[in-house]
Design a protein around this ligand. Structure first.
Ligand SMILES: Cc1ncc(COP(=O)(O)O)c(C=O)c1O
Length: 390
C-alpha cells in the first residue's frame, strides 16, 4: 500500500482484509480475526449487519442524497427517535457526516447563543480531528485537569473539593463540553460529585451543557448515552460513530430551548451532506436493531461479566494494574508490556487497541458480539499473561 496516506500514530497491521461479518474480519488468506474495537468504535451492531444492509440496499434505489430545499420524511422519523432516546423530546436534529463535524456543529450552535467568552472542558477529553473543540486555545477555553488536582485520591479524580476547582472562572464560562467516559480512549469516568457541581454552576447562569457522545453513545455504555449515567439534562448532544454502524453519518441534537434561542440568531452552517436520507435511514435501523435485540441490556450485562473476569485475572497476575469499564467500553491497564500483549493477541486473532505512550489496551466490541468469542479472548489473554510469567 504505497499510495495511501496513513494517520500518524497508527501503524498498519493488516493490509489484506477483504470481508467482514458481525465481529469477524477475514483476510485474503482465509484468516479470521475477532474485532474487539468495532472498527474504531463504529460498527455498533456488527460489520455488515444484515438488517442494516438490507435497509441500505432498499433505500439506495429510492434516494440517498437530497438538497438544501427538499427533504425525505425519513429524516423527521429518525430525528423523533433520536430525540426520544436522548431525553430531548421536541428538540431538533441535524444529520451530518462525522463525529468531528457533530462536535464542531454543536459548539457553533452553543457559541452562537452564549454571551460568555469561555468554554469549559476536561484536559483528557478528545473532540475530533478539526474545529473549535480540537483547537482548545486559551482565548476560548478553560481546560480543567480533573485527574491532577489536590482532592484526587487514589486516581479517582476530582470531586470538586479542592482549590483548583475553586479557581475555575465560572463567571466567564458559558459552555461545558463533557465527554462522559472515553477520555482519550483510556476509559475514565469523572465522579458524579464533580459533574453535579459543574453542571449546577454552569446552569445557574443559564450556561449550556453540551455532551460529546461520539464514543459513549448508542448503547456503548449499557444506556443509550453515556450522560444518562449522570444527573444531566443535556442542551446539545453530538452523536457519531456507532449511529452509522460504519457508514459516515453523525447527528447534532439540540434541546427545544436551544432551538428556540437559535431561531432569533444568525446561525449559518451548510455543506453538501446535511440531512441525507440514506444516513438517516441507517441511524434509524441501528437504533431499532439495538431496541429489538435488547442490546442495551446485553451491553451492560456482558460488560460486567468481562470486567469481573478481567479482575479475576488481575488478582492472580500483577501485570494488570487496573480494569475500567462501563458497558462494552473497557480498558485494561498493565504495569508494563501492553504492546507485547496486544501483538500476541493479534497473532492469535484478536484485535484490540493500544494508544502510544500508555500501557493500556482498550476493547469496545460490537454490541452484537457473541459471548463465546468474549470467552475465547479472555482465555487467550490469561494464557498469554501466564506464559509471560514463566
Ligand atoms: C470522543 C471522540 N469525540 C470525537 C471524535 C471524532 O469523531 P470522528 O473521528 O468520527 O470525526 C472521536 C474520534 O475518535 C472521539 O473518540
Amino acid at each position: 500500500m504505497k499510495h495511501i496516506i496513513w494517520s500518524i500514530g497508527h501503524n498498519l497491521e493488516l493490509d489484506n482484509i477483504i470481508k467482514a461479518e458481525n465481529c469477524y474480519l477475514y483476510d485474503s488468506k482465509g484468516n479470521k480475526y475477532i474485532d474487539l474495537e468495532a472498527g474504531v468504535w463504529c460498527t455498533s451492531v456488527g460489520h455488515c449487519n444484515p438488517r442494516v444492509n438490507n435497509a441500505i440496499q432498499s433505500q439506495i434505489d429510492k434516494i440517498s442524497h437530497s438538497g438544501f430545499c427538499y427533504a425525505s420524511p425519513i429524516i423527521e422519523e429518525t430525528s423523533i427517535k433520536i430525540l426520544e432516546i436522548a431525553n430531548l423530546k421536541e428538540g431538533r436534529c441535524e444529520f451530518i457526516c462525522s463525529g468531528s463535524e457533530a462536535v464542531e456543529y454543536g459548539m457553533r450552535v452553543a457559541r452562537t447563543i452564549t454571551n460568555k467568552p469561555l468554554s469549559l472542558t476536561f484536559a483528557d477529553s478528545y473532540f475530533g480531528a478539526y474545529g473549535e473543540a480540537s483547537k482548545r486555545d486559551d482565548d476560548n477555553w478553560y481546560i480543567y485537569n480533573w485527574l491532577e488536582c489536590s482532592c484526587n485520591v487514589e486516581d479517582m479524580g476530582c470531586t470538586g473539593d479542592c482549590s483548583e476547582f475553586q479557581e475555575i472562572p465560572f463567571e466567564k464560562i458559558g459552555i461545558f463540553l463533557f465527554e462522559p467516559g472515553s477520555s482519550s480512549g483510556l476509559v475514565r469516568f469523572p465522579s458524579h460529585k464533580l459533574i453535579d457541581k459543574i453542571i449546577e454552576r454552569v446552569k445557574r447562569d443559564n450556561g449550556i451543557v453540551m455532551i460529546n457522545e461520539i464514543t459513549t453513545g448508542i448503547g456503548r455504555t449499557g444506556r443509550w448515552f453515556g450522560f444518562q449515567h449522570y444527573n444531566i439534562e443535556a442542551d446539545i448532544i453530538a452523536i457519531g460513530k456507532g449511529v452509522g454502524n460504519g457508514y459516515p453519518v453523525s447527528v447534532a441534537a439540540i434541546s427545544k430551548n436551544v432551538a428556540k434561542l437559535l431561531k432569533d440568531k444568525q446561525f449559518l452552517y451548510s455543506q453538501s451532506h446535511q440531512n441525507d436520507p440514506l444516513g438517516a435511514l441507517i441511524a434509524k435501523e441501528v437504533i431499532d436493531t439495538i431496541s429489538d435485540e435488547k442490546l442495551l441490556e446485553k451491553s451492560e450485562k456482558l460488560g460486567k461479566f468481562i470486567v469481573h473476569r478481567l479482575n479475576k485475572i488481575k488478582d492472580e497476575n500483577s501485570i494488570i494494574k487496573e480494569v475500567r469499564g462501563r458497558g462494552l467500553m473497557i480498558a485494561i491497564e498493565f504495569t508494563t508490556r501492553a504492546e507485547y500483549i496486544r501483538k500476541e493477541l493479534l497473532h492469535q486473532g484478536f484485535i484490540l487497541v493500544k494508544r502510544s505512550g500508555v500501557e493500556v489496551l482498550r476493547m469496545d466490541p460490537a454490541l452484537t458480539i457473541k459471548e463465546q468469542d468474549i470467552e475465547l479472548f479472555l482465555d487467550s489473554l490469561e494464557r498469554i499473561i501466564q506464559n509471560m510469567g514463566k
